[in-house]
Write a protein that binds this ligand. Sequence first.
Ligand code: FPP
Length: 250
Amino acid sequence: MSERSIRHLAIIMDGNGRWARERRMLRIEGHRAGVSAVRSAVEHCRRRGIPHLTLFAFSTENWTRPALEVGSLMALLDSYLEAELDQLVRQRIELRSVGNVDALPATLAKRLSRVENETRGLDGMRLTLALSYGGRDEILRATKQIVRDIRLGLLSAEAVDEEIFERRLDSYGTPPPDLVIRTGGEQRLSNFLLWQCAYSELYFTLVHWPDFDEQDLDLAIAWYEGRNRRFGCVDSTCRVRPAMRSATSG
Ligand code: FPP
């Protein structure tokens, strides 16, 4: 894998609501159109040989949306997982999730667990869905685990380092994102993978998620390939902890 290859692409899929409003449609129609864009992004990443793709599908803050929209989104996620299982298996895509799954409706949590189990170990690509996910929530949950392990005498406070902390994150086992794409024109992380994005390249596009197609993805990747990643060093030969520099690790 070359220095510039993307090992992990993460996407903040924004702009569904505005896409719908521009067409005088209901917001849920925007989310529904967003599902087609999800399918095409997954297939394109798989074709391009990107090993890890993470999609921000529902944030901890999204629970504050109107109940009708939340319920519709949960139903949409459930039907996506139901419809997609065969396709994931055929394409050898392993599905994972990050986030507080305990907060999800029982039917969705059960479906998710089933799809995770049936795709476990598939080696074509790993697709991670961030569901009921917040970076701060993930960091807090990891911190509580560390405190608990110290109290139980399983860990000493002095021993806690980045590696030990990362083991308690939902994303453990997936390298940090090389590139984060945010569609819809906003330029912020919105609580997405806060720990993991320390050295990610950030790409923002005005295109709303339902319109984001293969050409848009190729443009973002081409932009990434032109970046000079230094990880705080003065040139590309500096030594960085492999976990930080996912493109050259493993
Ligand atoms: C942000 O757009 C998008 C979401 C909160 C939900 C994303 C969900 C999907 C793309 C569909 C289901 C996902 C999968 C993985 C099958 P927004 O509603 O905030 O848009 P706006 O900023 O224009 O209002």
